[in-house]
Structure formats: C-alpha cells, structure tokens
Design a protein. Structure first.
Ligand code: UN1
Length: 500
C-alpha cells in the first residue's frame, strides 16, 4: 500500500451493515491519477450483490420510516460532526483518488458537511401543507412520505459531495439507499459508509455496492423494489437509464453535464472576469459539470480579455494536487485524457485558433500521471463542436459577440443547460441575463462553478429531466406527496357535491 491513510488492500461492499466481498470475487485497481500508483482495489460486483442489498434495504426501510424524522436526523448530525473531525484525512484521500487539488478537495468535503447539517435540519421541517377543506368539519393536509428503497449512482468528479446530495435527503426522509459509487473513486464511498456505521445508522439503511454501471447500475435499474434512481453522469448513460426506468414507471432524477459559458460584457470588470474564468475553467482541471468551457465575449473587450487570460494562464501551476502550491491537478484517467486531446484536432480542423496549451503533458514530473495543459482557443464560432460538446477538461473556447442579445442566444444554443455566468456592471444586463439565460443556475459577476448546497442544483434541456439535486428540491425526488383528509363531521360528505 502506497499510503498510510488507507490500509485496505481491497475494499468491500457494505450490505445490511456488514462488510462483504462481492460474489464475483473480481476487483479492479484504484489508481492515483497524479502518479498512477495503485491505492487499493475495488470489488466488481454482480446483480446478485445488488439483489442482496435491495433485500436488506427493503427490510430496514420499514423500521427506519417509523422512526420520527427528527430522530433520523440525529444520525446525520453525527455524520456531519464525524466528517468535520476527519475533514483533512478525507480531503487527502479525495485528492489521491480523484486528483483534484487539496484546497478543492477540502471544499468538496465541506460541501458534504454542509449538506449533513442542512438535511439534518430538514428532519424538523419536511414541510407539507395544511389547507382548508371545502367541506365543514373536515381537515386537509399534504405530507411527504418516503418512497421506499432508492438507488443512487454517483460520479467520480465529486465522489463525496454528490453522494451526500443524494443519500442525505433520501435517508432523512425515511428511505433506505442502495448506492453504486464510481469505480474510479470508491474510497470516498468506503469512508462515508464507515462514518454512517459509526454514527449509528441502523443496518441496511445504507448499502454500498461497488462495480460497473453496465452490471451493478443495470441491475439497480432492473430491480422492481428500487422505486427511484438518482443518477449523475453522462448524457448518454442517463438516456439509457431514463428509457429503462420509463418502461418500468420508475421515478428517475438525472444530472448529466453542461457546456457552461461565462459572458463578458464591454462594461465588465475585466480583472474580476479573468479570475472567475480561470477558477471555473481550470479548477478541478475542468472536470466539473459546472466548469466554464466557453467564454462569450463582447468584441470591444476581446483583445484585452485574451491578453489578460493568457498572462494569468501562464502562471497556473500544474501537478500533484497534494502539493499545496499546485493549482491544476491531473485528469482522471487515460480515457479522459484521450477524449480531451481528440478535441484539439477537432478544434483546429474547424478553424479555431489555439492560443495556449493544447497538449498532453508527458515530460519529467508529468511522465507518470495524466496531465493536460490548460488550453485556450479563440475565434470560435457557436456551431463548432468545441463550442457544443462537453469536453470535461481544462479547455476554454472564446466566442466573440456584438451584443448582450447575441451573447444570450449563443449561450442558449447548446444541448445542455446547467450553469451560466455574466460579468457586467450594468443592472439592466444583470436582470435581462438572469431572466433569459436558459440554465438551471445563473451567476452574476462570478464564474460558472460554486453552487451552494441549500439551493437547487441541476439544469434544463440535455442536462436533466426536470429534477434537482440538493436544496429542498432534493426532497421532491425522494418523497411522494400524500394528501390526507380527516372528516370529523360524523356523516358522509361528498366532495364537490355536498358543498353549501
Ligand atoms: C459537478 O460538477 O457535478 O458548483 C458538481 C460546483 C460544485 C458542485 C459541482 N459545488 O461547481
């Protein structure tokens, strides 16, 4: 084992409160993208393992749902405090398995801590409505009921934060969870399950089954006892899940990426805009659903913006995220690196001008990791593939425009609708943009990343299917509305008929 933080040579599934091997006996290495050292091994489970997890979850959920929500929430408070105590250790492990720089890893763990306390608070709210009945001596209200067993499928780019967005509301609302984490980043799942165990979550309420989407994910979708699937990942996989869940009338919540833009108007504070672009484009090496991959710039400030961006990009330090001086870490794996690199040729062939970066970094200290140089294309037109498709890497395309109207049109002219941003000092521009940008998240004078956990996270068009993660909106995914009528008149009162 290459580090002392993680002692297990091979992780185990967590089913019914027990740590168990997968029935397949197979495993895959978990590789640190900064240096390609093996951190541990992740089991590759089978449908049978999912079946066991679902049975455990089903049995546990019946009891869990009967515990008052404020008491269920106490487990989440304990989870939050344990995460806080272990923040530094968790952050280091996160950097090792995912590659993001330590400062960002700390931010991600904090996002999980925030979610724990926020959702624990929901245990004393979980508000429904009370409303007058149209009939005398009759009471009407709506309450949130748990859906039962929920399936969550989480990505490698935010292996702990996104898991908390989904599992915490599900658990506080009285559901039991079957969770398939990404095989690239299972250590965060393993650590979070250990924390839940320590926090006293009853066995079977949270079950972790490691393995591939094709086998474990597929088995979860096929299981009739899983009533909701909440998925974050690619648009391609999301569509398959949605179709299969549709055929089974299973509720499905999808979050599938973005092609997010920063708009820079001629009246913008350029220094601030450059800071916002750098942080949201090259932070996490561009591997965020919310990453900025387009800059839509007013032609009057295009040259000035390019110049400042290039100057600041030259200062970015690249390397192993455990080194506190590093600003941009590695790419998750070889496949990710190849995908990004493919877009370099595509962009050049389409006629875009490459101003910086554009290559895989292989020399010296980069030889054993997966690194891509921060990249800037300019004179990009809105219909080019580099301006349309999600690259998921440190690559930005500059698109010049003549007006706010054109900027908004260009922003909206993509398949996705997750996040957008505008830098401007004009109040009319602010409100016009906030109204007309067709994305689930809009930032003013900030980059495209940085969502806070008590607001809804998700987007329009190809980004999602109308649901949201985090915020109160997450409760809508993991609860059913139940309308309850109590007639205390002592006689049969017919709605719509016995109304005086
Ligand atoms: C993601 O990229 O899938 O707003 C999640 C942000 C983070 C979450 C990103 N708080 O960038």
């Amino acid at each position: 084992m290459s580090n002392s933080l993680l002692k297990e040579e091979r992780l185990k599934n967590f089913i019914n409160g027990e740590w168990v091997d997968s029935t397949s006996g197979n495993a895959a290495p978990v590789i640190n993208p900064a240096n390609q050292l093996v951190l541990t091994n992740v089991p590759l489970s089978l449908a049978e393992d999912v079946g066991r997890a679902v049975q455990a979850a089903k049995a546990a959920q019946k009891q869990w749902a009967l515990i008052p929500a404020p008491q269920r929430a106490e487990v989440l408070y304990r989870v939050g405090y344990l995460m806080k105590e272990r923040k530094e250790e968790l952050s280091k492990l996160l950097t090792m398995e995912n590659g993001k720089v330590l400062e960002e890893a700390r931010g991600e763990v904090q996002e999980g801590i925030d979610m724990a306390f926020y959702m624990a608070g929901e245990g004393r709210r979980l508000f429904g409505q009370t409303t007058p009945s149209e009939l005398k001596d009759k009471f009407a209200m709506s309450v949130r009921a748990p859906v039962g067993v929920v399936g969550i499928i989480t990505p490698w780019n935010f292996p702990i934060a996104i898991a908390t967005w989904k599992s915490f509301p599900a658990i506080v609302a009285g559901n039991a969870v079957v969770w398939k984490p990404a095989t690239e980043t299972p250590i965060m799942a393993y650590e979070l399950a250990k924390i839940f165990e320590e926090a006293g979550l009853p066995k079977g309420v949270l079950n972790v089954v490691f393995g591939s989407g094709a086998i474990v994910g597929e088995a979860m979708v096929e299981q009739d006892d899983i009533r909701v699937i909440s998925f974050t990942g690619s648009n391609e996989v999301g569509r398959i899940i949605a179709a299969k869940c549709g055929a089974k009338l299973k509720k499905v919540s999808l979050e599938m990426g973005g092609k997010n833009a920063v708009i820079v108007m001629e009246d913008a504070d350029l220094e601030l805009a450059v800071e916002g672009i750098l942080w949201s484009a090259f932070g996490t090496s561009g591997q965020r659903c919310t990453a900025c991959s387009r800059v839509i710039v007013h032609e009057d400030v295009k040259d000035a913006l390019e110049e400042r961006l290039l100057a600041e990009m030259a200062k970015l330090t690249i390397g192993d995220g455990l080194d506190e001086s590093v600003k941009v870490g590695p790419i998750i794996n070889q496949a990710g690196l190849e995908k990004i690199n493919k877009y370099m040729e595509i962009g050049k062939k389409e006629g875009a001008t490459l101003l910086a970066g554009g290559y895989v970094m292989k020399e010296g200290e980069f030889a054993n990791g997966w690194y891509f140089a921060p990249t800037l294309f300019t004179d990009v037109t809105p219909q080019m593939r580099i301006a349309q498709e999600e690259i998921f890497g440190p690559v930005v395309s500059l698109i010049p425009v003549k007006s706010l109207e054109e900027a908004i049109e260009v922003n909206n002219h993509v398949e996705f609708g997750l996040s957008s941003s505008i830098f401007t000092t004009n109040a009319n521009n602010v409100f016009t943009a906030a109204r007309d940008l067709d994305t689930g998240i809009v930032y003013v004078n900030a980059g495209t990343t940085g969502a806070e956990i008590h607001l809804p996270f998700g987007g329009t068009k190809g980004t999602g299917n109308g649901h949201r993660d985090s915020g109160v909106a997450a409760l809508d995914v993991f609860t059913e509305w139940k309308a309850v009528y109590v007639d205390y008149s002592g006689k049969l009162q017919r709605a719509q008929i016995d109304v005086e």
